[in-house]
Design a protein around this ligand. Structure first.
Ligand code: SF4
Ligand code: ZN
Length: 117
């Protein structure tokens, strides 16, 4: 038996929602996947491994209050987890900053053109 995080009544670990207070406990549309929920005012991302290693590209990051992918960064053995390659991290960073890189390149070219005699 597990416990509902809202009403603290005993619930079945397979329950999709709490039978007492109707709190959803599994991801909508994916009842096999547990839904992690932030306690109080804190955001889940603040303690999530995928925020710490900068691999999460969910739009709700860094303000997720509910998430199916959440992994507590302080409770995980890093040897058992997926570790992204440096090339993946570099590609991820490049794709997120492509606009700024292009603008920087255009600015550099325009400065060079302006300085030409
Ligand atoms: S996986 Fe979820 S909790 Fe973790 S950083 Fe991304 S959005 Fe936040
Ligand atoms: Zn409940």
């Amino acid at each position: 038996m597990s416990e509902c995080p809202r009403c603290h009544q005993p619930i079945d670990v397979q329950a999709i929602a709490c039978p007492h207070c109707r709190l959803p406990l599994k991801a909508f549309g994916h009842p096999g996947i547990p839904l992690h929920r932030a306690a109080g005012e804190d955001y889940l991302c603040a303690t999530c491994l995928y925020h710490v290693d900068d691999t999460c590209n969910f739009p709700q990051r860094p303000y997720a209050k509910e998430c199916t992918l959440y992994v507590n960064s302080s409770q995980q053995n890093s040897t058992t987890l997926y570790k992204p390659r440096r090339t993946y991290l570099a590609k991820n960073w490049l794709s997120r900053n492509a606009v700024w890189l292009i603008l920087g390149a255009l600015l550099l070219v325009s400065i060079l053109v302006a300085l030409m005699p």
